[in-house]
Write a protein that binds this ligand. Structure first.
Ligand code: 0XW
Ligand code: MG
Length: 371
């Protein structure tokens, strides 16, 4: 058995409360924090790689934390002894052993990339194409509240240095129009605004919103749930349209490109199944000059370092923005040298994810499988 063979897989759980209180998005959905799962993969030579996956409640994507952990228990024993350096081969193996459940595979895949970086001495950005520039633009999401409360929250984030904001809409459309107007009026005119309906409007509400906000500057994100509804309103949408929830893999992106549906996409690692598949989706988007956001559904330092590493190797000209999830929560799961100034973040530069995980600080593993 080679030095890079997987010798053990351990799984930890971490509850990560939100720093800014309850997070609300369309339809009254809300969460108080992230229920995160952290995976440690050890190879025979003693190197360790870490991955993380945290869904947003059980309501955001077809994913839930206990489901991820159950699937990991199922997969982990079947991966022991396999060569950890064969990341793509291991992804195919996971897909063979367990149909679907991409969110559960994401943290395992992430730990494999971290481990590959530790073995090669290369950062994730180097391994995934090479860093371009050295910082990433951040956005802050303004959770759904009354328009004046959202405007106040927007001003708070601007005062903290953020230059890009995402307004959560997707409830009553007239209130949504007031939300966007209130936020737009409260912030500097050069602030980049995205309006994210989180798949909650029908085509009728979307048309109404577009007509009422024609004079405002913003990018529209995921107005409707189904592919067909978004396609139906595309012609009425003169501003950039970005899809997030719809983009769950390469197939749907190829279709969206063929249909001229999107100007940009948001790739969430957990939704597509991890860094390996996110890279494939990212590379297809690059081929068509789409604007790209790479992020995840939740997590802290480990997860942030992963999606940011892949984002940093995405051509600068195509990068939209990403999130600093470790600053959304009140707990930490790794030492990581993220530096933020003027709404831009630089990343730790070490091998793999570049973060130092103190696994013992996370308590006893909830599960382990070893050779
Ligand atoms: C704002 N987010 C990145 C946080 C949650 O995971 C959902 C997501 C979104 O785009 O709605
Ligand atoms: Mg979104």
């Amino acid at each position: 058995m080679s030095a890079t063979a997987i010798s053990s897989i351990r799984i930890h759980r971490q509850w990560q409360p939100f720093r800014d209180g309850t997070y609300r998005c369309s339809g009254g959905r809300s969460a108080e924090g992230f229920d995160s799962t952290i995976v440690e993969i050890t190879s025979r030579d003693g190197q360790r790689g870490y991955g993380e996956m945290a869904p947003l409640g059980s309501f955001y994507d077809p994913a839930f934390a206990e489901g991820a952990r159950a699937a990991m228990r199922e997969l982990a024993p079947q991966l022991l002894g396999a060569d950890a350096s064969g990341v793509e081969a291991l992804n195919r193996r996971m897909d063979l052993l367990l149909k679907g459940h991409p969110y559960a595979k994401s943290a395992i895949d992430m730990a494999l990339w971290d481990l590959a970086g530790k073995h090669s001495g290369l950062s994730l950005a180097s391994m995934s194409g090479g860093a371009e520039g050295d910082s990433l633009a951040l956005y802050r999401s303004i959770a759904q509240q009354a328009p004046d409360a959202m405007a106040a929250r927007a001003q708070k984030y601007i005062a903290e240095g953020y230059r890009r904001l995402q307004v959560k809409v997707g409830l009553d459309v007239n209130e949504d129009i007031a939300r966007l107007e209130a936020v737009r009026a409260a912030i500097p005119s050069d602030t980049v605004l995205f309006c994210d309906a989180n798949a909650s409007w029908g085509t009728s509400e979307t048309r109404q919103f577009l007509m009422a906000t024609g004079n405002l500057d913003y990018t529209l994100e995921q107005p409707c749930a189904s592919y067909e509804e978004n396609l139906a309103i595309r012609r009425a949408c003169e501003r950039p349209l970005v899809l997030d929830e719809t983009i769950d893999g390469a197939d749907v992106l190829l279709r969206a490109i063929a249909d001229g549906l999107v100007d940009g996409i948001t790739i969430k690692l957990a939704r597509v199944g991890g860094l390996t598949k996110a890279k494939l989706v990212r590379d297809i988007a690059i081929a068509r000059n789409l604007k790209i956001t790479i992020e995840d559904t939740g997590g802290a330092e480990i997860d942030t370092a992963a999606y940011c590493g892949l984002m940093l190797s995405t051509p600068e000209i195509l990068r939209q923005h990403t999130v600093d999830f470790h600053n959304w929560v009140t707990v930490s799961n790794a030492k990581a040298d993220f530096r933020i100034a003027d709404g831009e973040m630089t990343l730790p530069s070490g091998p793999g994810l570049g973060v130092e995980v103190d696994i013992e600080a996370l308590g006893e593993p909830i599960f382990q499988s070893a050779l």
